[in-house]
Design a protein around this ligand. Structure first.
Ligand code: ZN
Length: 115
């Protein structure tokens, strides 16, 4: 590629975004981002990367024992945002608005992703 890869710690993905899982067991699956962990660089995607968790019954907290399915965190590098305009997963660029502020935009079609 010949490009210098700059390691950034800024996550372009926000809560509520529609993303597609690019690698792993759930590759190709898409869903809404439920939460972002910027410290760990992970996101929780609705119905993706489900793990089974065994819970013990705790009658005092009214918790029934059994197997609970729960979303596990996915590294942000393994998901890509799905553009609501072109419907494809896309890299994020920055659009500069007329007032000079920068917003996230689809690199594929240029549509601003901010509502
Ligand atoms: Zn687009």
């Amino acid at each position: 590629m010949g490009q210098t890869i700059v390691k950034r710690h800024i996550i372009n993905i926000r809560k509520g975004d529609n993303v597609r899982v690019m690698t792993g067991r759930d590759a190709g699956k898409s869903g809404r981002v439920l939460s972002v962990n910027s410290r760990k660089n992970t996101v929780i995607v609705e119905h993706a990367n489900m793990i089974k968790r065994h819970t013990r019954p705790n009658p005092s907290k009214n918790i029934k024992g059994g197997i609970v399915e729960k979303e596990a965190p996915i590294n942000v590098s393994n998901v890509m945002i799905v553009c609501s305009s072109c419907g494809k997963h896309a890299r994020i660029g920055h659009n500069v608005l007329s007032d000079g502020s920068k917003v996230r935009g689809c690199k594929r079609c240029g549509t601003t992703l901010e509502k």
